[in-house]
Design a binder for this molecule. Sequence first.
Ligand code: PLP
Length: 385
Amino acid sequence: MKIEQQKRYRAWAEIDLSALEHNVNVVRGNLPSQTAFMAVVKANAYGHGDEAICKKLWELGVQWFAVSNLEEALAVRSFCPYSEIFILGYTPPEFAPELARNNIIQGVVSTEYAKQLQQFAHQPVRCHLKIDTGMGRIGFRYNTPDDCAAALKPLFGLEKLSIEGVYTHFAVADSMMPNDMMYTNNQQDFIIAIYDKLKESGCPVKHLHFMNSAATILRPNPRATLARVGIVMYGLQPNYMETDIRIPLKPVMSLRSVVSQVKTIQEGDSISYGRMYIAPSPRKIATVTIGYADGYARLLSNRAQAILHGKRCLVVGRVCMDQLMLDVTDVPTEIKPGDVVTMFGTDGNETITADELASIYDTIGYEVVCGISKRVPRDTINCNV
Ligand SMILES: *Cc1c(COP(=O)(O)O)cnc(C)c1O
């Protein structure tokens, strides 16, 4: 970023499009040749900024995009006019004409919903049928693939639905525990059986998809025509994965802020609300212009580290709405207002990941990046340009 621009910002998220390119290439290298890459860009591309991310992905040859709702779908349609856009979540059936007009594919979760879409549509709505094979969230839920396929068959008679695929979502694909792996196998067998049974009974569909990031990395399956890839594209670990997955990912987002003031405090002096931090000895403290209103969680108070001049420093005292304090006593270089602080990302030889922060307050990297708030500008960089 240009220095003048940086001075205006109190905190910003740096979005590295060359890291995105790297991750897409790594994931694609792991996919069976039959399986196309569907980029999951819901929630403003996991907080990274959907416009820059979608445009870059399209440039990289990604044609499929998944979002959570119509609003997001229309945004992607404006960035990538010729892409295939898939809505994973609920769209009120009244919007069937809007879906068709914008050539958006809708996930259909029940017979009732299918009939409602049929009722409101003027022209055929493209859709994939969502089967709940064990996630317990949305979808057709039956005990056996036979029962399920039998229930789906009549939907092919609805002339305002253009059914092009079936799909499901895994609950524990990120786990290598034997029971969890068996659970995922069962989910996978179930959806594949439905796909095959529909074909046998004269209702073939083109697409079959079930892999998320974890499954794409740990158990790529050539039966899938599409893989729905989210978190690893952004360079973070799938949900609960305890051991780092063995592919070289690069985090796309870094979060940076600046020092506003530096001071020295004496032994026994306290820092911030609640006086949670009491200096054990004279300390040098830097105030930084980022807080929980930016999405830097208050649960990180007195626990997380940030990087200043290539050195890790502890966040001391409570994180405030717009500011926090760092113990910079051990940073040997001179610190001035305006110096850049890396909340997560790389500075010199030190790296803090969103996953590291997530583990401190018992969540997942997904929530950290999605939680970076709207007032934090997204600043794209592209090392390849
Ligand atoms: C969010 C989502 C994904 C992507 O999950 P990752 O773990 O980020 O890869 C895939 N499928 C569905 C249905 C989702 O909701």
